[in-house]
Design a protein around this ligand. Structure first.
Ligand SMILES: NC(=O)c1ccc[n+]([C@@H]2O[C@H](COP(=O)([O-])OP(=O)(O)OC[C@H]3O[C@@H](n4cnc5c(N)ncnc54)[C@H](OP(=O)(O)O)[C@@H]3O)[C@@H](O)[C@H]2O)c1
Length: 280
């Protein structure tokens, strides 16, 4: 079980990925994203999750530079957007992301959404980038079991990570088991259901018992289910609070109570119907 913000899971290619990081979805380019990322790094975060479509890669890059922490101590993720899927366009999109971030390599590059019929071509581009050492690990996002099965049929390199919506209302047990069987690390997006889970009475009852906040209990549940997590906050106090989850352990009974909150309910899009950007 991870004991600190520096603890990592080892991906199937041997690369170490922090269990915990900061997400920057909907965080404004410029001062807002620069301040969030700097606050996170100052408070010990090593992993930052952005994407081309978030339109804040320049700010993320600026914050990394200004943080003073050596690049190799950080773990930076970005994602290829739907409209850039395809072999050549993905290679180009990668260069654009890297340039905006001001980096010469990424730690993890993900296919943002599967879409219908381009992800295998896109994956070939990711394999090329990986083989060339431009990115230390490659993965997918929002892939259901059937998408993974399809990709695994033809890929040369298995994805190292699958980043999906994952929280107590969407526990995705089958997907988690599938990924574990295949050696693919599951990573949770919207771990707090974008804030919608924070008033849940069961979670708050458990939180009171441990003297922790609802957010801390949910994020601890992520770690205890062996899922990497990347909550977003623009507020330093919450950035600190969210990471303060390494000093307690939920009992099996409390883990089961949280598991039982599952409703298979999403706050984001369903990967089977999310086609924004694909027909452009
Ligand atoms: N791959 C994908 O398709 C995908 C999709 C969505 C998200 N993501 C990634 O996952 C990351 C996290 O998901 P998310 O940003 O959608 O949602 P989230 O992390 O579940 O929730 C963020 C919301 O919760 C609030 N919050 C955070 N910590 C809190 C605390 N301790 N107490 C009270 N409120 C708190 C934040 O507000 P404040 O900022 O005001 O604190 C924000 O409104 C994203 O930033 C992004 O990097 C990936």
């Amino acid at each position: 079980m991870p004991k600190s913000l520096n603890d990592t899971t080892t991906l199937h290619n041997g690369v170490k990925m922090p269990w915990f990081g900061l997400g920057v979805f909907k965080v404004k380019e410029g001062t807002e994203v620069i301040n969030s990322v700097k606050a996170a790094i100052k408070n010990g975060y090593k992993s930052i999750d952005t994407a081309a479509v978030y339109q804040n890669e320049e700010g993320v890059g600026k914050a990394i530079k200004e943080s003073g922490v050596p690049r190799e101590e950080l773990f930076i993720t970005s994602k290829v957007w739907n409209s850039d899927q395809g072999y050549d366009s993905t290679l180009q999109a990668f260069e654009t992301s890297l340039k905006k971030l001001g980096l010469d390599y990424l730690d993890l590059y993900l296919i943002h959404w599967p879409g219908k019929n381009k992800f295998k071509e896109t994956w070939k581009a990711l394999e090329k980038l990986y083989k060339e050492g431009r990115v230390r690990a490659i993965g997918v996002s929002n892939f259901k079991i059937h998408h993974l099965e399809e990709l695994l049929k033809d890929c040369e390199i298995k994805p190292m990570v699958n980043q999906v919506e994952y929280h107590p209302h969407l526990t995705q047990k089958d997907l988690l088991a599938f990924c574990q069987k295949e050696g693919i690390q599951l990573e949770a997006w919207s771990p707090l259901k974008q804030g919608q889970l924070l008033n849940d009475p069961v979670i708050n009852e458990i939180a009171a018992k441990y003297g922790k906040s609802a957010a801390q209990v949910i994020l601890r549940w992520d770690l205890q289910t062996e899922v990497v997590t990347i909550p977003k906050s623009t507020k330093e106090q919450r950035i600190i609070e969210n990471a303060n989850i390494f000093d307690f352990e939920l009992t099996t009974e409390d883990m089961q109570k949280i598991d039982a909150l599952n409703k298979d309910e999403r706050v984001g899009s369903d990967p089977d119907t999310m086609m924004v950007g694909f027909n452009e």
